[in-house]
Write a protein that binds this ligand. Structure first.
Ligand code: HEC
Ligand code: HEC
Length: 380
């Protein structure tokens, strides 16, 4: 497993970077799985190319958690978070909402856009990642500059090329001007005297986002249903493992667990436009390090890469082979991996993402007459 070793060496060199300890365990597990795949296994995989890879051998992966439906005060926070998520009033000129760039009906991205247009149609510098399953990641943003969903959520409101609000006070003033909102905050945060705070705004959005999960056939496979993947997808999984993709893309999210250098086996051609974590830490050794993105729903979240410049999934896979694993993948291998990646496309929780019924009316009435939405039957 030279690929695993190279990455491991990279990881060791960077002892002081926050790679979780279990990432090393994962690499060890990967080496074992690799040995099994290359044929020295005990015979469990000897039934031909399309035989199932026993889920018990896939311990570097994990199915999505099942979160019970929200109840009580949590349900009220989720409802509030959903309303805020869809609310354009959190932006300057009431022009865009979180959903404008992370369309929940479109797998949580801005489909087809390399970079999103923010407030006043100004383009940002990076591709909008999906919000589905995002809460499972070890940090947020391509460079990991936010620790979690709540820390992330205040960013876009005040970002001049996103929602463009001048500051937190402007956001809170807009919310306080609406009596129904104030009421909803009071219900969701009953213990607080003045609950319309930035911490509660971002906390509610995070409570809503944390339940944006998209279980797929991959989860059924990992749970033991070996027929959940087609023979072509199983073959793709085999190639994925053999090529060493799981050294970086594993765990519950098939990514989102570590920072890795873009360009492990050879330098990524563009070392200047976006240096990844280096722009944040100002440390030369962080040049071109990015958070490994989630591969769940990746077939639906293009265009790909941090700048959205890669236009097909097969091109993304081919580049990964060349730059991240040192493998010149054949067209057949690329296609095979792509078919496996399609099995990671999950089910959008339609009832859960239903926008609050009164929001369009509220938008035209400038915030008057909003009604609270009940989540009694929601939250799968
Ligand atoms: C103008 C488009 C735009 C708007 C509006 C917007 N985002 Fe984003 N979002 C982005 C972009 C672009 C990134 C990636 C930026 C980066 O990594 O530097 C991002 C990153 C994220 C991430 C991190 C995902 C990951 O995998 O790292 C989350 C979560 C998120 N946004 C949620 C939200 C929420 C919640 C709102 C509303 C409060 C919002 N976004 C508003 C464009 C937008
Ligand atoms: C050494 C770690 C590493 C390995 C090994 C690796 N990747 Fe990646 N992968 C990354 C990083 C980092 C990115 C983000 C690149 C960027 O946009 O800056 C990425 C991005 C991707 C993307 C684009 C995702 C998106 O939302 O834009 C796909 C698809 C992908 N990888 C698939 C694969 C496949 C398939 C393999 C095996 C052939 C693989 N990767 C091997 C680290 C790795």
């Amino acid at each position: 497993m030279k690929n695993g070793k190279k990455v491991l060496a990279e990881t060791r060199k960077k002892r002081n970077r926050p790679v979780p300890g279990w990432a090393l365990v994962l690499l060890a597990a990967l080496a074992v799985a690799g040995a099994m795949l290359t044929g020295c296994g005990s015979g469990a995989d000897n039934d031909g190319q399309n035989a199932a890879i026993a889920p018990s051998h896939l311990y570097m992966f994990a199915p999505l958690p099942t979160i019970p439906p929200a109840t009580g005060v949590t349900a009220l926070r989720v409802d509030l978070g959903r309303r805020l998520y869809y609310d354009k009033h959190l932006s300057e000129n009431a022009s865009i909402s979180c959903n404008s760039c992370h369309d929940l009906a479109q797998y949580g991205v801005d489909p087809g856009k390399a970079v999103s247009l923010g407030h006043n149609q100004r383009p940002g510098g990076r591709n909008a990642p999906t919000v589905y399953n995002a809460g499972l990641q070890f940090v947020q943003f391509w460079d990991g500059r936010a620790a979690d969903l709540a820390a992330q959520a205040s960013g876009p409101m005040m970002n001049p090329v996103e929602m463009g609000m001048p500051g937190p006070e402007a956001v809170l003033a807009s919310l306080r001007s609406n009596q129904n909102y104030v009421k909803q905050f009071k219900q969701a945060y009953p213990e607080t005297k003045d609950p319309v705070t930035m911490a509660n705004v971002t906390g509610a959005i995070a409570a809503f986002e944390a339940r944006l999960l998209t279980p797929s056939r991959w989860d059924q496979y990992l749970a033991g249903d070996t027929n959940a993947l087609t023979p072509a997808e199983k073959q793709g999984l085999r190639v994925y493992l053999k090529a060493g993709c799981a050294a970086c893309h594993a765990g519950q999210d098939m990514g989102g667990n570590s920072y890795q250098k873009l360009g492990v086996y050879r330098n990524w051609p563009d070392q200047e436009t976006d240096t990844g974590r280096m722009a944040l830490t100002r440390e030369a050794r962080d040049r071109m390090y990015f958070k490994v993105p989630i591969l769940r729903n990746v077939a639906e979240t293009g265009p790909w890469f941090h700048n959205g410049q890669v236009k097909t999934l097969s091109e993304a896979v081919r580049l990964m082979g060349k730059y991240q694993t040192g493998e010149q993948l054949s067209d057949e291998e690329v296609n095979s991996i792509v078919s496996f990646l399609h099995a990671l496309t999950g089910t959008i929780p339609q009832a859960y993402i239903e926008p609050p019924a009164s929001d369009s009316a509220a938008a035209s009435a400038a915030g008057k007459g909003r009604k609270t939405q009940t989540t009694a039957k929601e939250g799968e």
